[in-house]
Design a binder for this molecule. Structure first.
Ligand code: ARG
Length: 478
């Protein structure tokens, strides 16, 4: 016997379906995919993360097929039981994820057939992997948005508590990273509470817009079976079915929108991370982080490095990379489904894993950090940070035009600088040499505390304003 002949006798007929290695779409194909084809085609390595969503989608679909009479109650019951078994296998870690079955959808279907036999083949009636994956992925991204909102709220609570304890902790406010005007640490932190609030809002908006069910769009054109798309939409918690079958299987803007929200959120996190990196330097010395969020150096014993903050700062780069990556995959894709879209998942998984870790680490650092109030207060008085207060006094008390007051103040700062004193310690004759109508009274307006307290406009740095915002957020987050 030749090798060829024995080969023939051992190989199952192409459409027998008897060989576990046989691809599901193998009817037209006589040989297994080339190894390279499989290597580039396979997605089970990453889309196994969609297993819970895939099972939910299949259950909803099967229940609908039973209800509409597309499949028999008997077959439907077998399918639902088989899906339960699969879920148990996954929970127990015994489910066989197999590369030869390409993706999560076919892995589940093949396993279902092994478990319940021919009835498994009826589950895919009026469905395609195209609407199936679109549904699974929407469910996953929707959950990621919901989780991000909850995590952001925890972060807000942690930052809020720190702000509450520091509503009148004086610190320098910066522009150009130069001391500008005194603010409070609480005010500074509340800026981030606002940002994280908008970030959560963006995830909520994205969730709202994506909350339509593509299931039942089938391959691209809809289905000839009497399916009930409202029923499956409702079962999966979607507000309604998507209205165009081509759009249903082609749309990934829900993922792009979620990634955009993630990238913006990561950018906000990176700004706070950068400030933490600055604040813990000996030069700033504004805060201390405990060993929980710092590491030592293997060679320099004195070092305490803010690695967690640095990594949060860096993750923003990866998350933005995910957005740019998927945007580029989607650009120029003709309708409807193309396999390019299988590449949508790794960047989204990667981005939300990184984002979640970043938010949690930032929450931990907010709970951990100890402000050094004396260092902050000392820095707040430096750099002539109350110069604007002198100018404002000249406008209010002497009724000077602001430009002229600015000019006089500049001269006073210059004089204080040459005498090496703070503005509030400049002797009165020096002030009066520049503007004779200046009185001793001005001095009380030139301390950082007075400066901060005076900024009592809505949303300003005055502790009264900061406390009002803290109360508003406490209520919103309770
Ligand atoms: N694994 C595929 C993906 O993620 C599922 C859809 C496959 N559809 C197809 N027509 N080949 O996109």
């Amino acid at each position: 016997m030749t090798d060829n002949a024995s080969d023939k006798t051992n190989r199952p007929a192409p459409d027998s379906g008897a060989d576990a290695g046989q691809t599901i779409w193998g009817g037209r194909f006589s040989a297994k995919p080339a190894d390279l084809m499989q290597a580039i085609n396979v997605s089970i390595g990453f889309d196994k993360r969609l297993a819970p969503q895939d099972l939910r989608g299949s259950r909803a679909h099967a229940a609908m097929l039973i209800k509409t009479g597309v499949i028999s109650q008997d077959d439907g019951d077998k399918i639902l039981q088989g899906l339960d078994t699969i879920e148990n296998e996954m929970a127990a870690g015994t489910f066989p994820f197999r590369e030869e079955f390409e993706d999560i959808h076919m892995n589940v279907e093949v396993r279902l057939k092994e478990l319940i036999g021919e009835a498994a083949g009826r589950l895919h009636t009026a469905r395609s992997r195209n609407d199936q994956v679109a549904t699974d992925f929407r469910l996953w991204v929707r959950e990621a948005c919901e989780r991000s909102i909850l995590q952001l709220q925890d972060l807000q609570r942690a930052v809020l508590a720190l702000a509450d304890a520091n509503a009148d902790t004086i610190m320098p406010g910066f522009t150009h990273l130069q001391p500008a005007q005194p603010v409070t640490f609480g005010h500074h932190l509340m800026a981030y509470v606002e940002m994280f609030g908008r970030d959560a809002g963006r995830f909520a908006d994205a969730r709202e817009r994506m909350n339509e069910s593509p299931l039942g769009a089938a391959a691209l054109a809809g289905s000839p079976f009497p399916i009930d798309r409202r029923m499956t939409a409702e079962a999966l918690g979607f507000a309604r079915p998507t209205a165009n079958s081509l759009d249903s299987v082609s749309a990934r803007d829900f993922a792009l929108e979620a990634l955009s929200a993630a990238a913006i959120c990561a950018t906000h996190l990176s700004r706070l991370a950068e400030e933490i990196v600055l604040w813990v330097t000996p030069q700033f010395g504004f805060i201390k982080l405990s060993d929980a969020f710092t590491t030592g150096s293997s060679i320099m014993p004195q070092k305490r490095n803010p690695d967690a903050a640095e990594l949060v700062r860096a993750k923003a780069g990866r998350i933005l990379g995910s957005l740019v990556g998927l945007m580029t995959v989607m650009k120029g894709l003709p309708l409807a489904y193309s396999k390019d879209m299988q590449e949508d998942k790794p960047p989204v998984f990667e981005a939300f894993d990184s984002l979640s870790l970043s938010i949690l680490a930032m929450t931990g650092m907010a709970q951990d950090m100890q402000p050094d109030r004396a260092r902050m207060a000392a820095a707040a008085g430096g750099g002539y940070s109350t110069a604007t207060d002198l100018a404002d006094w000249l406008v209010r008390v002497l009724n000077l035009p602001f430009r002229q007051a600015h000019h006089i103040t500049g001269a006073a700062v210059k004089r204080a600088e040459s005498l090496s004193v703070d503005l509030q310690d400049l002797p009165l004759p020096e002030f009066q040499a520049i503007e004779p109508r200046i009185t001793e009274d001005v001095r009380t307006f030139l301390s950082p505390e007075a400066s901060v307290a005076s900024r009592n406009s809505y949303g300003g740095a005055a502790p009264a304003q900061v406390r009002a915002q803290i109360e508003r957020w406490k209520e919103r987050l309770s």
